[in-house]
Design a protein around this ligand. Structure first.
Ligand SMILES: CC(C)(COP(=O)(O)OP(=O)(O)OC[C@H]1O[C@@H](n2cnc3c(N)ncnc32)[C@H](O)[C@@H]1OP(=O)(O)O)[C@@H](O)C(=O)NCCC(=O)NCCS
Length: 410
């Protein structure tokens, strides 16, 4: 490792750093437009590169986010991103060195959690990340879904003009973060996500990208759905339109149902693809025929690592239950995270008392968001020697509904 120099990326080095990540992720060199977009994000996080002489051979980054955790607090989060090592330099310990430094810096800066979306699932467990929540990809047949089984919401829907999209959507999203696992979306991330919805379309036919907003009876915008549609006029008699729900958020689950009602009622669309969606997507059970909602794929979504175990455990809620369990956490990367904590409905406290159950950092991180059950981990053989009683009690303490879901890729 001594031949590699690891240091923060300067503005002069950004092109090399970006192209290293792109080479690792199988994408060609960036043009000036892409580099300009990358520059916009430079101040939004910490970015480290590994150099061999004047060649950038590896890179990792972490955006500064916050994440909603059980109980509703929003905890500072290192959103790990842009991870790549040149194919000529893999399996020499470069990622290990880069990520240890990145996570160490984030912890020193007081960041409580780290979170990422993985290209491949076996990569990050060794660095203390646990799989804390899944998503599904769904295909929805609107004809079979109708009539929906809930009472109609007394609000209105309107389609946004392209010039309103970037100012209207972000504040609604922020008010709609009731699900555990959601992260804040910075301005650059919104620009990236909403680019096609906020620019005119040069094609005569083809894809349309829209945002429709729900407004409540007090005149407040309280939900939006961002979607694409495609319909080939030339073959109107034979081919139905296709739609894709890219993002859907409302300040309450009821508003989200109203947004779905709008989507499912759009003429000419015979099939909707919706991705990513939470594993417990409420619209499914509201359909006339639940098989109108076909789950095509279930994927790992958020990989979470507790950087500061004491802060993380003490800032989430537990229960309600009268159970109490003492866990012993082991973390080979950060000595301060080793220790015992009493977990009960009143919170988590460090303790010197003997533990009921020992758990490594990746496993406790997997359970933290409340969507991955201790019982499930034990059933998969991932909690060897744990007593059935402690495992069951931890489920009473940690489990939450609705399931955690982020819906944000970074
Ligand atoms: C994933 C990647 C960054 C790993 O970098 P690297 O420098 O080769 O990783 P390291 O040498 O530090 O590997 C550390 C350990 O992780 C293992 N590992 C690394 N990448 C792995 C992978 N993709 N799958 C399984 N194990 C992997 C290594 O075998 C090694 O294990 P060991 O300690 O038991 O020998 C690199 O392979 C890469 O750039 N891949 C393509 C881009 C990508 O997928 N980026 C991640 C985006 S989320």
């Amino acid at each position: 490792m001594s031949t590699f120099d690891i240091r923060p990326v300067t503005s002069n080095e950004q092109r090399a750093a970006t192209n290293t990540v792109r080479a690792a992720l199988l994408t060609g060199a960036a043009n000036d437009e892409v580099l300009a977009e990358e520059r916009e994000t430079a101040g939004e996080g910490d970015f480290l590169a590994a150099w061999e002489g004047d060649r950038c051979v590896g890179h990792v980054g972490a955006f500064h986010f916050d994440t909603t955790v059980p109980g509703g607090d929003r905890l500072s989060t290192a959103g790990v991103t842009d991870v790549g090592v040149l194919p000529t330099h893999t399996r020499r310990g470069l990622l290990t060195a880069l990520i240890e430094q990145l996570l160490g810096n984030a912890r020193d800066a007081g960041t409580v959690l780290a979170s990422l979306r993985a290209s491949e699932s076996p990569i990050y467990g060794r660095f203390g990340f646990g799989l804390a929540g899944d998503t599904v990809a769904a295909v929805i047949n609107p004809r079979r879904a109708r009539p929906l089984r809930f009472e109609r919401q007394p609000g209105t829907m309107r389609l946004l003009e392209i010039g309103e999209v970037l100012t209207t959507v972000p504040p609604i999203y922020e008010e709609s973060r009731w699900r555990v696992g959601t992260v804040n979306r910075n301005e650059w991330l919104w620009k990236f996500r909403l680019r096609t919805a906020s620019e005119p379309n040069k094609e005569r036919h083809g894809k349309g990208v829209y945002v429709a907003v729900h407004t409540n009876t007090e005149g407040e915008d309280d939900g939006y759905v961002h979607y694409e549609t495609e319909w080939d006029e030339g073959y109107a008699c034979n081919i139905g339109g296709k739609g894709r729900v890219l993002d859907l958020a409302g300040t309450t689950p009821d508003v989200e149902l109203a947004l779905w009602e709008y989507i499912i009622g759009i003429d000419l669309v015979e099939s909707w693809q919706a991705e990513p969606r939470p594993v417990d997507d409420p619209i499914r059970l509201a359909m006339y025929d639940v098989r109108a909602y076909e789950t095509r794929q279930r994927l790992d979504e958020q990989w979470v690592r507790l950087l500061d175990v004491d802060a993380a455990l003490s800032k989430r809620s537990y229960g309600p239950t009268d159970r109490e369990v003492i866990i012993e956490v082991t973390d080979p990367m950060f000595a301060e995270n080793n220790g015992n904590w009493t977990i009960s409905e009143s919170g988590a406290q460090r303790t010197d008392r003997a533990a009921d159950l020992g758990v490594d950092i990746a496993t406790v991180s997997a359970t933290y968001m409340g969507g991955v059950g201790w019982t499930d981990l034990a059933a998969s053989g991932l909690l060897p020697n744990a007593s059935a009683r402690a495992v069951a009690d931890l489920d009473f303490l940690f489990a939450i509904r609705p399931a955690p879901f982020s819906g944000t890729m970074f």
